[in-house]
Ligand binder design. Structure first.
Ligand code: AMP
Length: 406
């Protein structure tokens, strides 16, 4: 099946082509036609299956028919990372439609989110806690919702958000289209589904079906101090037109750029400590082909669109498996066939296992002249919070220091 056969409107088809999606993933092929007919669905699918586009495309198509100035579609998702990812997907596919999407999630100031809400949104992507906060403060009204998506319902349950979710559901108009996505169907979610959905179509895809399967992936097992040597070697010997290199920290991104520059490569970094115009300038130079390597943290790389990206390099493997999928999903666009290369040092071995478990794929290991020799994990020192610093360490910590998550 092709996207053309699914009866999507031209502006969406154009964006799909630009994203390099040559054919719909199984969940997209099954769910989009059903959703376009207005039916409720239960989708058994996880991140990596292409479920975001499976609901974003029909939502955008339906909303594009008329403008109202109210929030008409609400997507509830458990984590900030997913909220950002979904928001980016709506923005990407909706770029030719005059629809506005916004995201609200916790852990950051609510002010920019409130500003975006006050400008008027058609689609709202939200995590449950922040959504309820903003509803209670009177910034969000759900009485015009026509479409409701409950994403990763099983994780909502695991993360203890189900109470907040139920509170939100009570505020939704009864007349609406509802979609529930969940990788598994525990009894509590089944019960919720019975009250939430009307005559839903059940769509289940093979859990190992991964939309990024077609990307050529490999991993090098390598010690941290040798990573820049390997990166420089790959840039010299492989056919790498351009590469987006991901590090887990801002400091790490700067270090990689510094080392690559010493080796004579043209590299720039984008991360949260760089001024907005420096980031834009780096991005523009990368898009124009004047810079071959762009080193980024996940937050800085959000929403940036690079149409012809030959390589994604995970200099550090991410802690969250979905992040891996979203990073590598950026390559292989426009039918160009992309490559994702990852570096795994001993500290990231669990991350690699998590990624392989989630994608259901074993990432082939490639050998280099720098084999892994350090098998002991780094024990990171954690400074206790300010109020606790005066307490003697021996009284506070009985076990080894916890490793810090960046
Ligand atoms: P998701 O499961 O929605 O989080 O999507 C996972 C990744 O698959 C994202 O990076 C998408 O850009 C990519 N993706 C989704 N649908 C397709 C498709 N039809 N063809 C190629 N890649 C896709």
């Amino acid at each position: 099946m092709t996207f053309n056969e699914i009866q999507l409107i031209q502006p969406l088809l154009q964006a799909i082509t630009e994203a390099g999606y040559t054919e719909p993933s199984p969940i997209q092929a099954e769910a989009i036609p059903v959703l376009l007919r207005g039916r409720d669905i239960i989708g058994c699918a996880q991140t990596g299956s292409g479920k975001t586009a499976a609901f974003a495309l029909p939502i955008l198509q339906r909303l594009s028919k008329e403008k109202s100035g109210h929030i008409r579609a609400l997507i509830l998702t458990p984590t900030r990372e997913l909220a950002i990812q979904i928001y980016d997907t709506f923005r990407y596919f909706g770029k030719r439609l005059r629809l506005h999407s916004g995201a609200v999630f916790g852990g950051v100031s609510q002010n920019p989110q409130v500003d975006a809400l006050s400008r008027g949104l058609d689609v709202l992507i939200a995590t449950p806690g922040r959504l309820n906060d903003l509803i209670n403060q009177g910034y969000i009204h759900l009485n015009h919702i026509e479409i409701f998506v409950l994403d990763e319902a099983d994780r909502m349950l695991d993360m203890g958000f189900i109470h907040d979710v139920k509170k939100t559901i009570k505020l939704l108009p009864l007349q609406r289209q509802t979609m529930l996505f969940s990788a598994t169907m525990p009894p509590e979610i089944e019960t919720l589904a019975q009250t939430l959905l009307k005559n839903p179509a059940m769509i289940k895809v093979d859990p190992t079906t991964c939309a990024v399967e077609s990307i050529d992936q490999c991993v090098y097992m390598i010690d941290k101090p040798n990573k820049t040597l390997l990166l420089a070697e790959l840039l010299r010997t492989e056919d790498i037109k351009n590469a987006l290199v991901f590090t887990n920290t801002k400091h790490g991104a700067d270090r990689v750029v510094q080392k690559l520059s010493q080796e004579g490569f043209v590299a720039r970094a984008i991360h949260g400590d760089k001024a907005q115009n420096a980031r834009q300038d780096a991005l523009k130079s990368f898009r124009d082909g004047r810079v071959q390597i762009l080193v980024a943290t996940d937050i800085a790389a959000r929403g940036i669109d690079i149409p012809e990206l030959s390589h994604v390099i995970n200099y550090d493997l991410p802690d969250v498996a979905e992040t891996y999928i979203h990073r590598i999903g950026r390559t292989g666009r426009a039918g160009l066939g992309g490559t994702a290369i990852s570096f795994c040092n001993i500290d990231h071995l669990d991350n690699l296992r998590g990624i392989e478990k989630m994608t259901g794929l074993k990432i082939p290991v490639r050998e280099s002249q720098w084999p892994m020799l350090i098998f002991e994990k780094t024990v990171k020192q954690v400074r206790p919070p300010r109020t606790e610093r005066k307490t003697p360490q021996s009284k506070r910590f009985s076990g080894p220091p916890k490793s810090r998550r960046w």
